[in-house]
Design a protein around this ligand. Sequence first.
Ligand code: ZN
Length: 183
Amino acid sequence: MILEIVNYPDPVLRLPGERIEEVTEEILDLADNMLETMYEAQGVGLAAQQVGHAIQMAVVDVSHDEDCVTYCRVNGEETALADICPLVFINPEIEPRGKKETESEGCLSFPDLRSDITRPGEVTAKVETLDGDILTIETDGLFSRAIQHEVDHLFGKLFIDRMSSARKLAIRKQLKEMQQDFG
Ligand code: ZN
């Protein structure tokens, strides 16, 4: 089922997600629906807050381009993106690392906005799967960026928080319009 994506400035986007202690039928259904919704919106990631749930679950799929990373290790083993994506994860702990990189980012909750965002280029992410496995994912490139962006969402943080002050000033009008649309 395609879910409605929540747009900025809906307050649910600012809520830190609760940890998921039990993977219920509802969680499994929500995960399926989030994947379907992400693909339909042609995004590479979607967090539960973006469909109205303040819980620590997100989906990411960057397997359309194996070359969008230079490496990907899962529990220490070299892994193809096609084998780890689509990634549905809960209760993440991440450690961004490496040299900072600036790339253009979008967000499904900000339909007409793209912006250069600077983040550490690599990440070590310890996540749980819906099957109860614990995965340690080490990667760079778009996979690292997408994981960092989605984990920000799970803690109520948005990519506008990571923009330079000049960029924030430049998009002030656009954000104001979104606030007015939201009513
Ligand atoms: Zn986003």
